[in-house]
Structure formats: C-alpha cells, structure tokens
Design a protein around this ligand. Structure first.
Ligand code: 3H9
Length: 706
C-alpha cells in the first residue's frame, strides 16, 4: 500500500502530499502521516516553510464518514480526534501554507484553517458540509471559521453546508490567494515569501477582529434560523451548528472547542446522523449496477427529443436543457405545443423573478428547445423520451412511430410510471435500445430517476441512462420491470392503508398530520389530491382484475372519480381547495360521506392512535419493499430508501423506509405485520424475506451485503 502522506522538498519548502484516493478522506494513517511530516518540518533546520497539498483530483473531502458511523455505533472509540494535529500545524514556527484544489470539505477545511495561509486554484471550492450528514464540524471548524470570515458568514456556511467558490472564499477571508497557474508552484512561492518576511506565522485561533456580534450579525443569524426552521424543520444539526459558531463570540478558543466537541458528540449519536450518513452511502451505492459488464461504456448524449409537452414532458425538457442538452419537443398539434411551451416559459420566468436564474440564462435554455409537431424533426436525437398519457395501447402506438422516425442507434426511453417496458419495447424493432426513464413530478426539480430495465435492454443502454441521470443532476436507481416498478408499487399499499384508516374512524387531516410530523414532505391523502384522483382511478382500472378478491380495496376510489373530486385541479378531493390556494381545507361534507360509506359497509368506527397510523402506513411500505427486494426488482434495500427519499419525500433523516425498519428492528415490524394480518386480512401477509430476516435477527442492510 502507498503511503497516505508523502514528504518532499522543493526550493527549501517541505511539500506534504496527502494521497488517499478517491477523495483524500481522513482515513486511517492520514492524520498520523501529517503529524509525522509536521514534526519533520520542525526538526529540519534547512526547511523554511511547508506546503500541504492533496494528491489526485482534490484536497481533503473531510473525515472518513465510514469511520464516523463506526464511532457513532460505539464500534470504535473517538480517540483524541484531530485537535492535537491541528495544534501542531498551527504552532509550527515556520509558515505552513495549504494549497487547495478540487474541494476542501469538513475536516479537510478544518485542517486547511489550522494552516497559517491558504492558496487555492480558481476552480476550487471549500465548505463545512457536515450538516448534510446530520453533524456539525467537529474539528474546531466552528471556532476557526468565524475568526476568518466573521460570525454570520461562518454560521451560514456551517448551517447550510453550502460550498463556496474560490472567488467567494477569497472575498470572505477563508482564502488568502487564488491562482490560475500551477497551484504547487504558486503555493511554494507564497510560502517562501512569508518565510522571507521573518514575521511569526499567523495563527487562526489567535485572530479576533471578526468575532464581533453586532446588530447586523444578529439580524443575519435570526434570518438564518427562520429559514432553517422552514426548510429543515425536523433537523437539529443546522441549529446546533449556529449555536456552536455563535459561541466563538463569547468563549475563548479552547472553551469554544470544548463546547463544539460536546455538541458534535450529541449530533453524531442522533437518528438524524445515522439516517443521513446511510443516505450518503446509499446514494453512491445506487450508482453502481452490479451485473453490468465492464465493457458497457455509457454513450455520450448530445441531443434529445421529448414526445409530449404536458406536465411531465415539459419538466423533462427543462431537465435536459438545464444540463445543456438541446431538445426537440414534439406535440401532436400546435395548440398543445404552445400550451406546453407557455408553461415552460412561465416556470423559467418565475425562477428569474425569484432570483434563482439570470435572465440571460433563461434565454439560453429556452433557445435549446426546438418545438415541433413533426416526427421528421426527431431524427437526429441521441435519445427520445416518451412522456404521453399513461395508456399501454397509446404508448405502443407512439413507440412504433418513434422507432420509424428516430435514427437506428437512438435510445428510446419511456417515462411510464407503471406500465410494462417489455410490451412497450415489443412495439419497436430495437427492444434492446428501449428503457424506462421514470421521472418524478415536477421533473425539473425532483432528484429521482427510476431507470427501468426490460428483459432485453442492453447493458450499454442501462449504463447510458445511469450516466445521463448524473448529468441531469438526478440520482438514477436501476429497477426491474414490475407493475409500478419500485416506487409506485410500494406507494399503493401505503396510500391504501391511509384510506383504510380514514374509513375506520381517523380524520383525513389526522392521518396526514401524523405522517407530516413523522417528517414526510406531505401526508399521503394530500399527495393523492396533488397527483389527481382521476389518475389514481385510471391506474386502478388497469390493475383491478389482478387484485385478489380477498384484498380490501379503498371505498372512495370510484366516488372520488365520479364526483370529479380529482384533487387540487378540480378544487376538491380528500380536501377542498379555495381558488388559487393549494392548501387543503377540511371538507366536512366529504368526511360525512366517508362515514356513511363505512357504515354501509359495516366498518366499525373507533379512535385511531398516531402510533397505529404510523405503523400501518410505514410497515405497509416496508413489507412491499421486502417483497420487491426478494423478487429482485430492486438491487438493494438501500436503493429503495433512495427512491423513497428523492422521489416521494420520505424524511431523509430517517434514512428511508427500509433503514427505518432496520432501526426499529425487523422482529418488531414482522410481529406487528403478523398481528395486522390476523386483525385486518390477507393483504397483510408478511413478505417471506421479512419473516426470514426477522427470525434470523438480521437487517436489510445485512441482506444487502450478502
Ligand atoms: C467531517 O469531516 C467531520 C469533521 O468536521 C470532524 C471530524 C472529527 N468519507 O461523491 P463521489 C467516497 S464529516 C468517506 O461519488 P464526487 C464516496 O463514498 C465529512 N468516503 O464523488 C465514493 O466512494 P465509492 C465532511 C467518502 O466527485 C467516492 O468517495 N465531508 C467521503 O461526485 C467518490 O465520491 C463531506 O461530507 C468521505 N468524507 O464528489 C464530503 N467523501 O466510489 C462528502 C467521498 O466507493 N463528500 N467519499 O462509492 C462529497 O461531498 C463528495 O464525495 C465530493 C466528491 C464532493 C468530495
């Protein structure tokens, strides 16, 4: 194994290089190697200064998150942490310059701040992203950063986790110089210059000028707290990060670091850190498709065509042009095309108005769209994405037409959310080039892309879709071709239970509120109103023949459809809506109708507890997830977690439904499901895999590692 830290000399300056691929995380051996190198700098008289630099594509991406998870579980102890190393670097009497390229994140930036000066490449970025994994900076970052940039900017960086560019970093004061030239040469030159002054090097921990907490800073912090309460309502780490940074204004450096360590420790042991670290690794695992042969290289996609300019087609078009890929947008007639384009323009204009997009950028993106009503215009596209109405016969017909119009090597993707990709592919002469690319609404915003492989999809086409997902800024997850794939197949038992609970006596608002408080972005019944109860009804028509007689079906499906209670779009559904307002209001009339229907069916009414609401809905998800996993339609339980977090708004801090099941304990989940089967009926039959794991006292995570 190569040394994770190497020591060279250039022009009288020690060059200490960290080599711990892929991202130079502070894994085993790195801080020990750095400590040794700093000692060598101190002990070698001819060395006048030192430069710390990362080997490979980046500086240090932070502490090794795998190690942090082991620390959180108690599997390994904390040890002394990075503090002794940081003090050694800072106390070096010779100037130590940190040379940053790629990213300096978390513990990486904390090491950089213990150096006396920082020089960065103009393309570099720095940040304290710890809140994104549920913790706060734990190596004195909350105390050194405010000394360099001021209390409010430091609090913003630590509480949002946002990376700042080299240019911003220079302005803020976290960087001392940026360069377009060779970074190491510049850093060595900078270090020599500092050594030549003969002045003692600047210690960050001794700076105090920027630590004043004046009225402006207080106002910024109040604004920050407010925005966090809105955007991250269930998370504790962002608030804790602000608290730690604020302490820098009142406590000594050492005392501040001691408090930071206490807060770090509390955060590290939280459900939030456990869930978010699981999401971090799950997202990266999802990018790997285990059975793809190494030679299946992704193709380069330079142009696309989207068939259908409705809500989904418009959002997909925006995703592509946002990523710089031009799109031919095809509709059946001019009126539909103009309507679709008007929506896209309205969406961009609203982003410009909210300051999220520059006007010139909006123009560039719009110019990448070529609207058309002619199939002849799609002939050059490298990929054609179909986004028409969810109807198998229609999709088959359209795929026949696309097959004729598209160039032979083009990939044909369907945005179907439920239908059989094999049957769609059979309508073409190139089934190996057909794949499902299931976007989630609004497609330009939601991060999930379910990549649905059929029995014939070629490895190269799968690899291309996975790479494309990344290019579009999405998380691609490979899934198999079953009805509803992974996400919608699980969503059905989940929303069914929500409806059954209402039929048994819970109110619509009670069910939604309980799940909202659990952390979901929206309750299930509000989601049904958003998606459209007409859409739900149509999907139900496609599947109802295959549902066993003994399975309970929601009572209100037909009524919602027949009474045009289609949700937000018709102003009424599970809730009622006032003109121009998406907030659902309690509809007493509809609730009475539900009670009457339940009475007619002989369903006894009773008090329903929040615990029962949670167990019945979430365990229904877990049970179906286990079945999908066992049947091989999902590769890993962690893929299911990624799908639910990025596609359905499951609370990320709980790690996803399957990880949540692991935390609760599969024995308990299985036990409750067995009780539900007895009390409720056969649709609660436990998935065999769940039974197996519960009885073996194992977790889904262990099953993933099998
Ligand atoms: C911290 O520093 C706490 C301190 O305050 C206090 C400590 C006492 N650890 O994302 P990619 C792996 S907390 C372990 O695909 P990119 C990743 O799993 C940390 N592994 O690449 C993947 O492995 P694999 C604060 C890590 O180019 C591979 O590297 N830092 C870590 O798209 C490539 O990753 C962060 O939160 C890590 N820290 O993006 C930064 N980082 O190939 C987290 C990456 O086996 N990292 N890996 O799947 C990132 O944001 C991105 O990885 C980065 C590169 C921007 C660096």
């Amino acid at each position: 194994m190569n040394d994770p830290v190497t020591y060279d000399v250039q022009d009288g300056v020690a060059v200490i290089t960290i080599n711990n691929p892929p991202v130079n995380a502070l894994g085993p051996g790195v801080s020990e190697g750095l400590q040794k190198a700093i000692q060598q700098v101190n002990e070698t008289a001819v060395i006048i200064a030192a430069v710390l630099i990362g080997g490979g594509k980046t500086f240090i991406a932070g502490a090794d998150i795998k190690q942090l998870t082991r620390m959180a579980s108690g599997a390994v102890g904390h040890g002394p942490g990075l503090s002794p190393l940081l003090t050694s670097i800072e106390d070096t009497p010779k100037p130590v310059v940190c040379a940053i390229h790629g990213t300096a994140l978390g513990g990486g930036l904390e090491i950089a701040m213990s150096c006396h000066y920082r020089v960065a490449a103009t393309t570099a970025k720095v940040g304290q992203p710890e809140v994104k994994i549920g913790i706060i900076p734990g190596a004195e970052g909350t105390q050194r950063l405010p000394r360099l940039v001021g209390i409010a900017p430091a609090a913003i960086m630590c509480a949002t986790g946002r990376m700042v560019t080299a240019q911003e970093g220079l302005k803020l004061g976290v960087l001392d110089a940026i360069t377009k030239d060779d970074l190491l040469t510049e850093a060595v030159r900078f270090a020599r210059e500092k050594a030549d002054t003969g002045e003692p090097p600047r210690k960050t921990r001794e700076l105090s000028k920027k630590l004043k907490l004046d009225d402006n800073a207080r106002e910024s912090l109040a604004g920050l707290r407010q925005s966090i309460a809105k955007r991250a309502r269930d998370l504790q780490a962002p608030g804790k990060a602000i608290e730690a940074v604020e302490l820098a204004a009142t406590l000594s450096f050492r005392e501040g670091c001691r408090k930071e360590a206490e807060i770090f420790d509390t955060c590290l042991k939280s459900e939030e850190a456990n869930g978010l670290m699981h999401v971090f690794f799950s997202e990266r695992a999802a990018a790997k498709v285990p059975d793809l042969p190494a030679e299946a290289a992704p193709r380069v996609i330079q142009s696309a065509a989207v068939i259908g300019a409705g809500t989904m087609g418009g959002g997909i078009t925006m995703s592509y042009v946002n990523a710089g890929i031009p799109v031919v947008l095809k509709e059946i007639n001019q009126a539909a095309l103009e309507k679709g384009m008007a929506t896209i323009k309205r969406n961009y204009a609203s982003a410009v108005k909210r300051g999220k997009l520059l006007e010139g950028e909006m123009e560039k993106r719009l110019n990448r769209i070529k609207p058309t009503t002619a199939y002849g215009d799609i002939g050059e596209a490298d990929i054609v994405v179909e986004a028409v109405f969810e109807n198998l016969d229609l999709k088959k017909q359209i795929f026949g037409e696309i097959d004729t119009a598209a160039k032979p090597e083009a990939i044909l993707a369907s945005n179907t959310s439920t239908l059989n990709i094999d049957q769609i592919a059979a309508a073409t002469k190139r089934p190996e080039q057909v794949i499902g690319n299931h976007f989630f609404s609004p497609a330009n915003i939601m991060k999930l892309l379910e990549v649905v492989r059929s029995s014939k999809t070629s490895p190269e086409v799968i690899a291309t879709s996975m790479a494309l997902a990344k290019k579009l800024g999405k998380v691609g997850v490979i899934v198999g071709n079953c009805f509803g794939f992974v996400g919608n197949r699980m969503f059905s038992p989940y929303t069914n239970e929500a409806q059954f609970l209402v039929e048994e006596g819970a109110s619509v608002a009670q069910v939604d509120q309980t799940l909202y408080e659990f952390g979901w972005a929206m309750g299930p019944l509000a989601v049904l109103d958003l998606a459209g109860n007409d859409v739900g009804w149509r999907i139900h028509q496609e599947v109802k023949h295959s549902i066993p007689e003994s399975n309970r079906q929601p009572l209100m499906t037909d009524i919602l459809y027949q009474e045009k209670r289609w949700g937000q779009k018709t102003g009424k559904g599970w809730y009622r809506y006032e003109e121009g307002n998406r907030q659902g209001l309690v509809d007493a009339e509809f609730e009475a109708q539900i009670r009457a229907e339940a009475d007619r069916e002989g369903i006894a009414q009773r008090e329903i507890s929040p615990d029962e609401i949670l167990e019945r809905t979430i365990y229904a998800l877990i049970n179906e997830g286990a079945r999908i996993l066992e049947e091989g339609f999902a590769t890993r339980s962690s893929d299911i977690d990624v799908i639910y977090i990025y596609g359905y708004g499951f609370p990320a801090f709980r790690g996803g439904p399957m990880h949540y099941g692991d935390r609760i304990g599969l024995k308990k989940v299985y036990g409750r499901i067995c009780e539900f089967e007895k009390e409720q009926g056969s649709w609660w039959k436990p998935a065999p895999l769940l039974k197996l794991l519960a009885e073996a006292n194992q977790t889904f995570a262990e099953y993933d590692r099998r």
